[in-house]
Design a protein around this ligand. Structure first.
Ligand code: FRU
Length: 487
C-alpha cells in the first residue's frame, strides 16, 4: 500500500483504497502478463539477471491511468513465469527526480546491481531538467540512490530531451547510450564512457548512416549478437512514408556491423519495425545467464486512452521474448519457459475446402494456439479469435500478395480509432506458422517463428471465446494445437 504526497500527485489513503478496489473489480485484468496494481505502467526498466533472479522494473504512476510523476516498480522471478511482487523500487524523492524517476537500465558489478535512470525535474516555470542518475541495489534487495546525478546536464547542442540511459560493457570499458534531441529538433543518441560506472565521460553522438525526420529518439538499446551490432530505439515523429506505420509512435531497429567505439560510427542503415501490432513501445533487452538476449516491451502507447482507464489502471508488459538474428533480421519468439504454462492440450489436423472449421475445444481466453500450415491452395486463410456474435479479432493471410493482416475493428470496446483498425506485414516466404498468446485483454501473435510479430490490446466481452478457422478460394490443411495457460 502506498500513499503519496501532493507533490508527486498523491492521494489520500482512503482514495488509494478506493482506487485499489476499482482496479480489482475491473474487467480485462490480465492473467499472465505483468500489469500495474493500480495506475499506469509504461516502459520496462532495469532488466537483469542478478543474484539468482530475473529482475524487471517498470515505469509506474500509482495514482491513476495517466502519465504522472513516475516511479520504478519492482518484480523478480526465478523462471520468467512466476513473478514476485516487490513493490516500489525507486520513488521520486530527490530534487533532481522530483517529477519522475524516468526510464533506464541496469548493470551488475562487484556483487551489486547498478540502476541507471533519468531524473526528471521541472523548475518553478515548468522547465524540464534531465539528468542521468544512479541507484545501487545489494543482494538483500536494498536500493540506495546516489545523492546527486552522475551526469547533471545534457551536453552542448542537446535540448532537455535527454533520457533513458542503457549501459553495456564495451571493448574499452562501460558504455552508456541515451536518447536525445538536438537543438535543431532532430533525434539522436549520445554515448558516454566509464571505467567504474560512476565517473562518466561524454564521447559524442552516435554516428548513424540512417536518415530520419524523427525529432526525438526514446529508449535506445544497443547490443551485439552473433557478430551483428543492433540498435533498437523509438524514433518519435517519423514521417508515415518512413515506416508505413499508423501507430502514433513506434519501436524499430538498425542492424549492422558492431559499432566502432573509437569513431562512434554504426553502419546499420536499413530501419525495420520491431513489431507490427497496435500496441508496442519502449522495449528493452538484457542478456541472461544462458546467453539469451531477452526483450520485454510495453504493450501500450503514449497519448492514447484505453478502456481500462475508467477502472483506474492502464497497460501491461509483453511476455518475455528471445531475440535472434536470421538472414540479417531480428526475430522475436516467446522464451522457452512459456511452455511451462501449458495446461490441457488439444491437437487436431484439419482440412478445410472453402469452408470454416470450429470446435469448442479451441475456444477460450487464456491460451496458446499454434497453427502450422501443411498445405495451402486457398487465396485467403483466416483465424478469428475471441469471437462471439458481435465480436472477433481477425488474422487474415492472403496468398496473392503474401500479406498477413490483423483486424481489430470488431475486437470489443473500440479505442484508438484515430489510428485505424488494421495492421499488416508482408511475408516474403509465405505463411507457415501462426502462434498466438491470448490473455484476457491482449494478443501476441508470432508468425513464422518470429519473422513478424503483432502485439495488441483488445477489450472483448467475457463471453467472446470462439475460435474459427476459414479457408476461402481453395483449401488449407493445418495442424492446430492449443494449450490452456495457467491462470
Ligand atoms: C517512453 C518514455 C521515456 C521516459 C519514460 C517516462 O515511453 O517517454 O522516454 O523515460 O517514458 O515515463
Amino acid at each position: 500500500m502506498i500513499t503519496g504526497n501532493t507533490k508527486s500527485g498523491g492521494i489520500s489513503k482512503e482514495e488509494y483504497l478506493d482506487l485499489e478496489k476499482k482496479v480489482q473489480n475491473s474487467p480485462w485484468r490480465q492473467s499472465f502478463h505483468i500489469q500495474p496494481v493500480t495506475g499506469l505502467l509504461n516502459d520496462p526498466n532495469g532488466l537483469a539477471w542478478y543474484n539468482g533472479f530475473y529482475h524487471v522494473f517498470y515505469q509506474w504512476f500509482p495514482f491513476g491511468p495517466v502519465h504522472g510523476t513516475k516511479y520504478w516498480y519492482h518484480l523478480r522471478s526465478r523462471d520468467l513465469i512466476y513473478w514476485e511482487d516487490l513493490g516500489i523500487g525507486l520513488a521520486p524523492d530527490q530534487s533532481f527526480d522530483s517529477h519522475g524517476v524516468y526510464s533506464g537500465s541496469s548493470m551488475r558489478k562487484d556483487g551489486l546491481l547498478y540502476l541507471f535512470y533519468t531524473g526528471n525535474h521541472r523548475d518553478d516555470d515548468w522547465v524540464r531538467h534531465s539528468s542521468q542518475c544512479l541507484a545501487v541495489m545489494d543482494q538483500e534487495g536494498r536500493i540506495v540512490k546516489m545523492t546527486s546525478p552522475l551526469i547533471p546536464d545534457p551536453p552542448a547542442g542537446i535540448t532537455e530531451h535527454f533520457r533513458d540511459p542503457k549501459v553495456w560493457k564495451g571493448k574499452t570499458g562501460y558504455l552508456m547510450i541515451t536518447g536525445a534531441q538536438k537543438l535543431s529538433q532532430t533525434g539522436t543518441a549520445l554515448i558516454y564512457q566509464s571505467s567504474d560506472l560512476i565517473q562518466w565521460d561524454y564521447l559524442g553522438e552516435l554516428k548513424v548512416s540512417w536518415k530520419t525526420k524523427a525529432y526525438m529518439w526514446e529508449c535506445p538499446d544497443y547490443f551485439e549478437t552473433e557478430g551483428h551490432g543492433i540498435l533498437i530505439m523509438c524514433p518519435q515523429g517519423m514521417e508515415k512514408e518512413e515506416s508505413g506505420n499508423s501507430n502514433i509512435y513506434e519501436a524499430g531497429y538498425l542492424i549492422g556491423n558492431p559499432m566502432n567505439e573509437e569513431t562512434l560510427t554504426f553502419d546499420g542503415s536499413r530501419y525495420e519495425r520491431l513489431d507490427y501490432g497496435f500496441d508496442f513501445y519502449a522495449p528493452q533487452t538484457f542478456l541472461d545467464p544462458l546467453g539469451r538476449r531477452i526483450l520485454f516491451g510495453w504493450m501500450g502507447l503514449p497519448e492514447i486512452l484505453y478502456p481500462t482507464d475508467r477502472y483506474g489502471w492502464a497497460h501491461c508488459l509483453t511476455i518475455p521474448r528471445e531475440l535472434t538474428v536470421v538472414n540479417g533480421r531480428l526475430r522475436q519468439n516467446p522464451v522457452k519457459e512459456m511452455e511451462q504454462m501449458r495446461r490441457e492440450a488439444v491437437c487436431e489436423t484439419i482440412l478445410m475446402e472453402d469452408e470454416s472449421y470450429q470446435d469448442v475445444r479451441f475456444y477460450g481466453r487464456h491460451y496458446e494456439l499454434l497453427v502450422q500450415i501443411m498445405d495451402q491452395t486457398a487465396g485467403v486463410f483466416e483465424i478469428s479469435v475471441r469471437q462471439n456474435k458481435q465480436e472477433q479479432t481477425m488474422i487474415r493471410y492472403s496468398r496473392n500478395d503474401q500479406m498477413i493482416c490483423v483486424d481489430r475493428s470488431a475486437s470489443g470496446e473500440v479505442f484508438a480509432e484515430d489510428y485505424g483498425f488494421l495492421r499488416k506485414a508482408k511475408l516474403e516466404g509465405g505463411l507457415k506458422e501462426v502462434r498466438i498468446f491470448s490473455d484476457e485483454s491482449s494478443l501476441e501473435i508470432f508468425i513464422n517463428q518470429g519473422e513478424v510479430s503483432f502485439s495488441l490490446r483488445i477489450f472483448p466481452h467475457r463471453l467472446s471465446e470462439e475460435t474459427v478457422f476459414t479457408a476461402r478460394e481453395g483449401s488449407v490443411k493445418a495442424s492446430i494445437q492449443k494449450w490452456n495457460l495457467r491462470v
